[in-house]
Design a binder for this molecule. Structure first.
Ligand code: PHB
Length: 395
């Protein structure tokens, strides 16, 4: 038998991405203890390039809970996006349509702000652990793990939260008979680049072209993020800067619009799929974020959904530890899934409206353009997109 050092906490959290750290931070503001464990090192999480759009609700939670106001100073507020098809751009004016906006603020920075705040507050966050195993999740959760120094631990908690990402260990602790999984695969992926170049446009451009989808996003004044639809098996090595820019140009340039180009400093192929595991709770185990659901990045919903889960879950824990009532905990899965499926639909819809299916025929292509025109030519259509993109009001 391994000699284990035992430690107790109210909420054990597996995963120190934005969801796990945000939950730990919110719990601390209510005087509830938590321990967060994470397989990756802090540097490794920080290095991962992720998406960058925050809904206003996500920004409010970061600012109101005192994580950081850096998002307000360094993030860029975006009052709209452009949908581009048939060589023309159509603006979706969020501010006019729904009175809201989004912030361009990379997920890496959200992580950095949360990690710094947890550290400053003396939060118990252990990066780089190994041999993680969640036990007795139904009644008496315990988490076994080994820390970076090789010490074996047994973490005992009243509740366990699986915020351990798309390759979640926690979600498989829910027995098959008690869960359902939904998958949808797409026959394409995104080729993502970071390029040293100035902004090509003040706002993000989502382009549907006969050559496939492209997204012109941003990072800073001098570094831009762009993506184009590619085959999931695409080989990065076959793409030098000239070929990348030629591909992007033919998907977005035209009618007076020209991309501003520059050296490509990062390349990645991002396969994507839609996934949901229901329910998001089993006994004392609660799933949050990518552990329970992933969406394709076209709707910019992944991080925002994770933060919403955590907000609802925090309110449920706070109510339980304050009053002993389990009502909000019992409502967590249903409440979170309501938004998850709305976001699944929105992400699927944006994806299918903007990408070219390899097998699309002339009918499908013309139907898709009809769909795009029906959205941009109607205030109701634009408002539907604007409300979903900026984030539905919390139920
Ligand atoms: C990004 O900037 O990385 C980004 C923006 C919007 C998306 C996806 C990714 O829909």
């Amino acid at each position: 038998m391994t000699q284990r050092t035992t430690v107790k906490t109210q909420v054990a959290i597996i995963g120190a991405g934005p969801a796990g750290l945000m939950l730990s931070h919110l719990l601390a503001t209510a005087g509830i203890t938590s321990t967060v464990i994470e397989l990756r090192s802090r540097e490794e999480i920080h290095r991962t390039v992720r998406a960058g759009i925050l809904e206003h609700g996500t920004v409010n939670l970061l600012v109101d809970s005192g994580v950081s106001d850096r998002v307000l100073r360094e993030g860029d507020k975006h009052d709209g996006i452009e949908l581009r098809f048939n060589g023309e751009s159509h603006r979706i004016d969020f501010k006019d349509l729904v009175g809201e906006a989004v912030w361009l603020y990379p997920q890496t920075d959200v992580f950095a702000d949360l990690a710094a705040r947890r550290e400053a507050d003396g939060g118990d966050v252990r990066y780089g652990v190994t041999d993680v195993s969640a036990e007795d999740v139904e009644t008496n959760p315990r988490v076994l793990f080994t820390d970076v120094d090789g010490t074996d631990w047994e973490l005992q908690a009243e509740f366990l939260v699986g915020a351990d990402g798309s390759r979640s260990h926690c979600r498989s602790r829910i027995p098959e008979a008690a869960r359902r999984r939904y998958f949808h695969e797409y026959p394409f992926a995104w080729f993502g680049i970071l390029a040293e170049a100035p902004h090509s446009s003040p706002e993000l451009i989502y382009a549907n072209s006969p050559h496939g989808f492209a997204l012109i996003s941003q990072r800073t004044e001098t570094v831009q993020r762009m993506y184009f639809q590619c085959d999931p098996a695409e080989n990065l090595a076959g793409w030098d800067d000239d070929r990348i820019w030629a591909e992007l140009r033919r998907r977005v340039n035209g009618n007076g619009f020209e991309l501003k180009e520059g050296p490509v400093i990062d390349k990645v192929v991002l396969p994507f799929r839609s996934f949901v595991q229901e329910p998001m709770r089993h006994g004392k185990l609660f799933l949050a974020g990518d552990a329970a659901h992933t969406v394709p990045p076209t709707g910019a919903k992944g991080l925002n959904l994770a933060i919403h889960d955590v907000k609802v879950l925090f309110e449920a824990f706070e109510s339980f530890f304050r009053s002993g009532s389990t009502a909000l905990l019992d409502g967590y899965s249903g409440g979170a899934l309501d938004r998850v499926w709305k976001a699944q639909h929105f992400s699927y819809w944006m994806t299918s409206m903007l990408h070219q299916l390899p097998a699309a025929d002339d009918f499908e292509r013309s139907r898709q353009l009809g769909e795009l025109r029906s959205v941009v030519s109607s205030r109701h259509g634009r408002a539907y997109l604007a409300e979903a993109y900026t984030g539905w009001p919390s139920a």
